[in-house]
Design a protein. Structure first.
Length: 645
């Protein structure tokens, strides 16, 4: 409804109009915040600010001396509803959670809010809260005149009810101040001002005293406290966001560094993998000539005594034995290369942990002049393990060298390195303890990662512990580390005990128990056993034939030729087949014979210089596949032949 007279400006108008405009601005601010994450409570603040702004706008109308009576009565009814909404919003703000300001109110408070809003709506009915009689409230010393309808007893009671209900959030703010909640003190002071102003306004409205309508000033005080609290929260959120941003930037830098380190490690790993493949390939190529060199030397040693005299024979045999030693040394290097290319394929033997540890201690003492005290709690017989002694010795040697470095860096007056052993529930435990510099818990967690080292400035590359863990894992063992900065470190090796000698799989021995008797094959037997040698290296095939003097030997140069021979005649007592050959590999020949001559597979033994292709290696690891690794001697070959033929 529009005013028929221009607005008259006086002190009361200026106060109420200023309050209304400021409250609208604050409401807009809260409205903008209400849709931001973490600011659901601002929705209640919007209701508080806009209801207060509307109430102040009504007071602007009351301060107009020329306001007609009809308009005054209508807008006077709205003030009770606006006050009820404002008070209910304060209860929701002070007594519930920010996420659900109305839903999380207690049952009693929901009843109070419902009654308050209901009374506010009831006050809209003409004649309930105000009469049809118009009255005036004059403040002569300020030249202010308010025109409003005379209040009924219901209106007086409603005003008292609203003042009483306001005490609920006021008490909540006082408790918060006592608990030193952030911003509670400011809210208490502002609400106290608002409470006093509301009481004064009720007294003025009911004609008890003649004074300005002060509720507008109270609204400004309390809503201003909300703004102050909001600014505090925004500042706090900004600071938290800044800290989070810095932390995120720090984490990004750290992850970037870790990524770069991982990329570097991956490049190193790829080079190592390539080196492993190269090592396997070299081993395969060397093992072929090494096979016939070794076998020929053996045969030559047997023949030389029949050719030369006794003195010359002894010297010739010594030279041959020395050559065989060189061949065995080359074979050992090739086997180590193959084990590097395919970890876990190294042959094992039953050894005493003490013997291996003593050997490593002697090597470490020779290398770095280490003095190691010993405390062996198990005897040699009870501390037996099934391992590759050379590789286990390398693990102990590395741990002893690490202990030596740590002790020297600590510059102890009494440096100490102790090697202990004990048995614990089926495990042999070896502890190497030092009183060196130690490492922090954070760094201890990273020890064993590839290319992580605490001695980069001394030439460490971070592979020793990584390789050691892998070696121990291949034996079923584990490596544990305990360390305290400035106190020392304990490296603990756990290996499963082998109670009695057990036969372990070796690349140069049969892979399973002797096969049951083979049924009569469809062929005509002669007095001598028959063997088929399949190899594309003629010298290797010839030397194997020489070692098999008790057999009638036939040589096939590749898989296709062998397939034709076996399909034509399935009476071979043994088939010695190379793995990698042109035209048809040994694996392909084996698979073809599954269909055409399955009975002959029981007589198959593969001869390999070291499988470098994963699929071939997996095939050879099957339990029903026997194989010999080049170079082999006559003893290994005869052992296989006794199992097969």
């Amino acid at each position: 409804m529009a005013l028929r007279y221009p607005v008259t400006t006086n002190f009361a108008t200026l106060v109420s109009l200023s309050a209304s405009l400021l409250l609208v601005g604050m409401g807009v601010i809260f409205l903008a915040l209400a849709n931001s994450p973490g600011w659901r409570r601002a929705r209640v603040f919007v209701v508080i600010a806009f209801s207060a702004a509307a109430y102040a706008a009504v007071n602007v109308m009351f301060s107009q001396p020329k306001l007609d009576e009809g308009t005054a009565r209508i807008i006077g009814l709205a003030n009770y509803l606006l006050a009820a909404i404002h008070v209910s919003a304060w209860i929701a703000s002070a007594c519930s959670t920010p996420e659900h300001p109305f839903r999380d109110l207690s049952r009693r408070l929901r009843w109070i809010v419902g009654i308050t809003l209901g009374l506010g709506v009831l006050a809209l009915v003409p004649g309930v809260a105000t009469t049809a009689v118009m009255g005036k409230v004059e403040v002569p010393w300020l030249g202010v005149v308010y025109r409003q309808a005379v209040v009924t007893p219901f209106g007086d009671a409603l005003s008292i009810w609203l003042i009483g209900v306001l005490a609920i959030p006021f008490a909540r703010f006082i408790r918060g101040a006592r608990r030193h909640e952030p911003g509670a003190g400011v809210r208490v002071v502002a609400f106290a001002i608002f409470y006093v102003c509301a009481i004064v306004e009720v007294l003025v409205t009911n004609g008890v005293i003649e004074f300005l309508y002060t509720a507008d000033l109270g609204f400004l005080a309390i809503v201003a406290s909300l703004v102050v609290d909001t600014v505090r929260r925004v500042t706090s959120d900004a600071q938290a966001l800044e800290l989070l941003s810095r932390d995120l930037a720090s984490q990004v830098d750290a992850r970037t560094l870790e990524r770069n380190e991982a990329v570097t490690a991956l490049q190193h790993a790829e080079r190592l993998a390539a080196l492993g493949r190269l090592a396997g390939g070299i081993g395969h190529e060397i093992n072929n000539p090494l096979t016939y060199v070794r076998a020929n030397l053996e045969l030559l040693g047997e023949m030389v005594g029949e050719v030369v005299g006794a003195t010359g024979a002894a010297e010739a045999v010594a030279l041959i034995d020395e050559s065989l030693g060189g061949v065995d040394r080359i074979a050992r290097v090739i086997r180590d290369l193959r084990a590097y290319a395919r970890p876990g394929t190294e042959p094992r033997e039953l050894v005493s942990v003490h013997e291996v540890l003593r050997s490593a201690m002697q090597l470490a003492n020779h290398e770095q002049h280490l003095t190691v005290a010993t405390a062996f709690a198990t005897d040699d017989e009870r501390g037996m393990v099934s391992v590759d002694a050379g590789r286990l010795s390398q693990v102990f040697f590395h741990l002893l060298v690490n202990a030596g470095h740590a002790v020297r860096e600590a510059s102890r007056a009494e440096p100490r390195i102790v090697a202990r052993t004990r048995l614990d529930d089926g495990w042999v435990i070896v502890e190497i303890e030092d009183n060196g510099v130690g490492v922090s818990e954070e760094m201890l967690g990273r020890l064993g990662e590839p290319y992580f080292t605490t001695r980069a400035e001394h030439g460490g590359v971070g592979l020793g512990l990584f390789v050691s863990r892998g070696v121990l894992a291949s034996f079923g063992g584990v490596l544990e580390l305990e360390s305290t900065p400035s106190v020392g470190t304990i490296a603990r090796v756990r290996l499963p005990v082998t109670r009695a000698p057990t036969q372990t799989r070796s690349p140069s021995l049969p892979a399973r128990e002797p096969a049951p008797a083979v049924p009569t094959l469809p062929s005509v037997r002669t007095g001598r056993r028959r063997a088929l040698i399949v190899d594309d290296e003629p010298a290797v095939a010839r030397v194997i034939a020489r070692l098999m003097r008790d057999f009638d030997v036939t040589i096939a140069s590749d898989g296709l030729e062998a397939l034709r021979l076996i399909e034509h005649d399935q009476g071979w007592d043994v088939v010695l087949c190379d793995v990698m050959m042109p035209r048809m590999t040994g694996v392909e020949l084996y698979e073809r014979l599954r269909q055409s001559a399955p009975m002959q597979l029981e007589r198959f033994v593969f001869v390999t210089g070291g499988a470098t292709i994963p699929e071939v290696a997996s095939f050879l690891d099957q339990e029903n596949v026997r194989h010999l690794v080049k170079p082999f001697d006559r003893v290994a070959l005869q052992t296989v032949l006794r199992w097969i033929a």
